[in-house]
Design a protein around this ligand. Structure first.
Ligand SMILES: *Cc1c(COP(=O)(O)O)cnc(C)c1O
Length: 403
């Protein structure tokens, strides 16, 4: 891990210090991104995963990197730029502001907004050369009514009933192709059970696939060009047969090298976790057997106990329940249990097993330390949430440090 200060473009804290001139004696001093708690993004692992996923796709099908929600908490800008250097040229985000942020920081190629954008923001879509998913017929009509050329991908609803034109509604589909100002660059749908090992769910995914391919065929039969056709997200890459003619697979969670939940069909590809989460020991003290600690005095020491205060809390996006559900950290290569109630900005850890622990030590909440590892999946599982939910919740107070 690098302790070097990260380039200003990776941290809003350092941006602040860059904008305001400091008095002479403070010049050159910056808030260290690794001083308190931080996300550590392994760009090599992300590029490795992108390569592995790309290699698993059929000929002609390209990886679209899904970097919504700050790249599932990994830092969308540095991650997208690193993938771009490796040849990835298509990205997907959830909303307009995420798309603009990528463009402003130099991401080229296709950026597709998967979620809803209000029609009055079409000028921004055009200015930043963003492609927009069309949520349904009335969204398409409202976008078209702005009278500004706009590149769109038609979302098809093949059974998830989230966004999309009903795949059976051939009339609406063909209408959208003929709306003025809209240029259809692609047609896509989203699978909602593709990661499930249950036969009924797998059958549903195949039904979605059949509906999708039927709608695409109908577009072609009408003499229209559907453009880039894409269906699979991460799980579909390894649970569905390769789709000839697919332009993209939209991978999110797989790109980050983790599994959504233990109930998913396991990924057979050699992916590597990308994120580590670290903080500092602020203070280490001994309390006597029988003493209590923390809010509500929720922890009681069964023996003389070394307690470390760790500089991360639920305001950083760590689920508050984790300390009560067997949460652990790594310190000097040993697993140490969290104790008591999590605070907004801090938590307590029993470090009795690490007598050499001192204030300033680096504490690992996710990732490797001394040959041991805590995985994001483990934390999410303890808290009963998806790994996606845990990662996406990691807060902006955690600077992203790349290595
Ligand atoms: C979030 C999202 C993805 C990525 O899903 P993963 O399972 O994380 O790969 C793909 N497509 C759409 C439409 C999405 O909303």
């Amino acid at each position: 891990m690098t302790e070097a200060l990260l380039p200003a473009r990776h941290s809003s804290l350092s941006l602040f210090s860059a904008l305001r001139r400091l008095p002479r004696p403070l010049e050159g001093l910056r808030v260290s991104p690794t001083g308190r708690a931080w996300r550590e993004t392994n760009l090599d692992a992300a590029c490795h995963n992108a390569q592995v996923l790309q290699n698993a796709l059929p000929a002609g099908c390209r990886l679209m990197a899904v970097v919504k929600a700050d790249a599932y908490g990994h830092g969308a800008v540095p991650l997208s730029l690193a993938l771009q250097r490796e040849g990835v040229d298509a990205f997907a985000v959830a909303c307009l502001s995420e798309g603009i942020a990528l463009r402003r920081r130099g991401v080229r190629g296709t950026i597709l907004i998967l979620g809803y954008t209000p029609p009055e923001e079409v000028p921004l879509l055009q200015h930043f050369r963003l492609q927009q998913a069309v949520a349904d017929l009335s969204h398409g009509e409202a976008l078209s009514a702005q009278r500004i050329p706009l590149r769109v991908h038609l979302a098809l609803d093949t059974g998830m009933h989230r966004l999309g034109i009903p795949a059976e509604d051939k009339e609406a589909l063909l209408t959208l192709f003929h709306l003025p100002h809209l240029q259809v660059e692609g047609v896509f749908s989203h699978l909602c059970t593709a990661d499930s090992p249950i036969p009924r769910d797998a059958a549903f995914a195949r039904r979605q696939l059949a509906l999708f391919e039927d709608a695409v065929q109908c577009i072609r039969n009408a003499g229209l060009n559907p453009g880039a056709v894409h269906l699979q997200a991460s799980a579909g890459i390894w649970t569905l047969p390769p789709r000839p003619g697919s332009a993209y697979a939209r991978a999110g969670i797989a790109l980050y090298g983790v599994q959504s939940s233990p109930g998913c069909v396991p990924c057979p590809l050699p992916l590597r976790p990308v994120l580590s989460l670290r903080a500092r020991a602020a203070s280490v003290r001994t309390i006597s057997a029988g003493e209590r600690a923390g809010y509500g005095l929720a922890f009681q020491a069964a023996r003389d106990t070394r307690l470390a205060v760790v500089t991360i809390g639920y305001a950083d996006g760590l689920p508050a329940c984790l300390t009560q559900r067997g949460g652990e950290v790594l310190l000097s290569g040993r697993r140490c249990p969290m104790v008591g109630r999590m605070c907004m900005d801090q938590l307590l850890v029993d470090v009795t097993a690490v007598p050499q622990a001192v204030a300033g030590d680096t504490v690992t909440l996710i990732g490797e330390d001394g040959g041991r590892e805590i995985r994001a999946e483990e934390v999410a599982q303890k808290c009963g949430i998806l790994t996606n939910e845990f990662l996406a919740g990691l807060g902006h107070r955690l600077p992203v440090v790349c290595r």
